[in-house]
Design a protein around this ligand. Structure first.
Ligand code: FAD
Length: 405
């Protein structure tokens, strides 16, 4: 049985970029903050795409969590197992009940490998791989660089997922690598996508089809959802979401992006909306029913693409509104749904999609960001990681008004 042992002014649940940036901003104002996080390691997930293509070592994505958490923040190294926002309380894995004045939920999302029968036990083997995992990114590079030709399939699941651009980035990088390795002429490259278009914003969708898909002979199959994997026979079963028709396709390499959902601990609580995400107001990031609860990042029920770049824009808004609430004031800042995706289209090329809730481009630079460029690739490869480690997770001001991670 658990007992109430601790009360905190502000509790932040989860220490990804969302939780860390808020904890740092609020602690800098002299407020008492406890951060609940079970993991000893913080991961910079955007590097997993580059690791999957051999551009960086996957170990570069990891840093000790202890080095990331500001010294003024109290780290509780455990997991949240239940939320009772009606009582301003939550439970943790180590049997504690914590009470709080204000709560920020930043638990990220959960990856549902088990929802694709045949997938979890075959990852990294028999041609099946995924960059949506730390070790999976290394296994993906192993399979890509040892690929000798055949049918290479890349999938995209029903959204929402985190970084909806990553499934395409690894597709384009692999396709270019096959050319470098002289196996492209004996390789069919296919993209099976559960959505009706390649990207949600028309400007970038058109640019990707024109610059990448057509000239590079990539076969696209829309509204096709991966249902199961038969790794023994190297076959993938897809379902057409419009006709319900199923198709069994042979593959030699299968890059899978798994389905994703809200963490069970949120979905099973009164914090959740109908889909399981934290039910926050899309402008203020404050909970629709519990005024002392906020959410940031992948776990928040916001109608925008789930990225670290979105967190970069959400963080100052949430911090301002949380501080206003602490002072008994109404929310003072609004979030417009800004999100971004540096879509790497090859070794040395990228476009940079930036847009808002209305799916309108919100570009930072004074040139057309939908055109492939080396500059945007260098931004993604070298500049954004530094800004992530030095500014985003430390809750510091960003050098540009928009561009994300
Ligand atoms: C392959 C890949 C490529 C990507 N590329 C990009 C990119 O190029 N640009 C970009 O902007 N974004 C990219 N992203 C997305 C980005 O990494 C995520 O959107 C971002 O990490 C979300 O941050 P978060 O803080 O919401 O969640 P997370 O980073 O997932 O952090 C959640 C934290 O909560 C902790 N936690 C979970 N459950 C509990 C619990 N019960 N109790 C306490 N703590 C808990 C976890 O241990 C974790 O530390 C990519 C992601 C992937 C996987």
């Amino acid at each position: 049985m658990s007992t109430t042992t601790q009360h905190h002014r502000i509790v932040v649940a989860g220490s990804g970029p969302g939780g860390l940036s808020i904890a740092a901003r609020v602690a800098a104002q002299g407020l008492e903050v406890a951060l609940i996080e079970p993991s000893s390691r913080h991961v910079y997930q955007p590097f997993w795409t580059l690791a999957g293509a051999g551009i960086v070592d996957h170990e570069l994505s990891v840093r000790p969590m202890a080095d990331m958490i500001p010294s003024a923040v109290k780290w509780l190294k455990t997991s949240v197992t239940g939320f009772q926002p009606e009582l301003n309380q939550l439970q943790t894995e180590d049997g504690q009940t914590l009470s709080y004045d204000f709560l920020v939920v930043a638990l990220g999302l959960q990856i549902d490998w088990h929802k694709i029968p045949g997938l979890p036990e075959r990852l990294g083997q028999q041609g099946v791989c995924s960059i949506y995992d730390f070790s999976g990114s290394e296994q993906t590079w192993e399979l890509i660089r040892n690929f000798k030709g055949g049918h290479a399939i890349f999938t995209f699941p029903p959204p929402p997922i985190k970084c909806a651009g990553a499934p395409q980035k690894i597709l384009y990088l692999a396709e270019e690598y096959f050319r470098k390795a002289n196996v492209r002429d004996k390789t069919r490259v296919s993209y099976f996508c559960a959505t009706p278009t390649i990207f949600s914003v028309k400007k970038y969708a058109d640019a990707l089809i024109r610059q990448c898909v057509k000239p590079r002979d990539i076969a696209t199959h829309f509204n096709m959802r991966l249902k199961s994997v038969d790794a023994e026979n190297r076959q993938a079963l897809f379902e057409n979401s419009e006709s319900g028709e199923e198709q069994r396709i042979d593959y030699d390499l299968l890059h899978v992006v798994p389905p994703m959902s809200a963490p069970d601990v949120i979905e099973n609580s009164s914090l959740a909306n109908a889909e399981g995400w934290v039910d926050v107001d899309k402008a203020t990031l404050r909970h629709k029913h519990f005024d002392n609860v906020f959410a940031i990042g992948d776990c928040a029920g916001l109608p925008t693409s789930k990225t670290a770049a979105a967190i970069r824009a959400q963080s100052p808004v949430l911090a301002a509104n949380l501080l206003a609430a602490v002072n008994g004031q109404a929310p003072v800042a609004t979030y417009d749904g800004y999100t971004a995706c540096p879509l790497v289209t090859g070794y040395g090329k990228a476009i940079l999609a930036e847009f808002d809730y209305e799916l309108q481009p919100q570009e930072t630079f004074p040139f057309d960001q939908s055109k492939e460029s080396l500059l945007l690739y260098l931004l993604k490869r070298f500049v954004l990681p530094q800004l992530y480690w030095r500014a985003l997770i430390k809750g510091r001001k960003w050098p540009w008004s928009k561009v994300g991670t």
